[in-house]
Design a protein around this ligand. Structure first.
Ligand code: HEC
Length: 139
């Protein structure tokens, strides 16, 4: 009788540890929250809007620099996603797509925290807007 009780206690402990672990694992990822975008970027004009000649370069740059985290379709499921502490929004989301081009430019090139800064890796304005335009095709 006593042995069975010990076994039951042990079993309950294992189950509780499992719950605790999954709770910690879920808590592990935080939401970055709203972005604080400087006025200068908010009103930036995309002079390359609708320039189909940039489609290819936009895709190449995205696959090279961004896919590892954001995933090939922008759904936040890239190979490195699991090791990040911050949630990525799906780039296909209507809420994401509703943002002005300048805001997406700021998020992509300036970044914050775990979203890297690409000012020196992608120095060319045309390339930067090609990326923004490419993300528009993901919806
Ligand atoms: C090391 C992983 C990583 C790489 C590589 C990366 N990102 Fe991100 N990105 C993130 C994370 C994490 C966030 C969310 C940051 C936050 O909310 O604080 C994010 C957010 C964003 C956002 C805003 C959407 C949102 O979730 O709020 C855009 C747009 C974006 N990234 C574009 C890009 C582009 C374009 C590239 C390639 C040039 C890129 N990212 C490369 C990790 C990455």
């Amino acid at each position: 009788m006593k042995n069975r009780r010990n076994l039951l206690t042990f079993f309950l402990m294992v189950v509780m540890c499992g719950f605790l672990y999954s709770f910690i694992a879920i808590q592990d990822k935080k939401d970055g929250g709203p972005w604080d975008i400087p006025e200068k970027y908010k009103n930036m004009e995309n002079t390359y809007k609708g320039d189909a000649s940039l489609n290819k370069v936009g895709k190449i740059l995205y696959l090279k620099h961004c896919r590892s985290c954001h995933g090939s379709k922008g759904e936040g499921d890239g190979a490195k996603a699991a090791s990040l502490k911050t949630n990525m929004r799906s780039l296909k989301d209507a809420e994401f797509q509703a943002q002005p081009d300048g805001v997406i430019y700021y998020q992509s090139i300036i970044g914050r925290d775990e979203m890297p800064n690409y000012e020196s890796k992608i120095p060319d304005e045309e390339d930067r807007w090609a990326l923004v335009n490419y993300m528009r095709t993901l919806k």
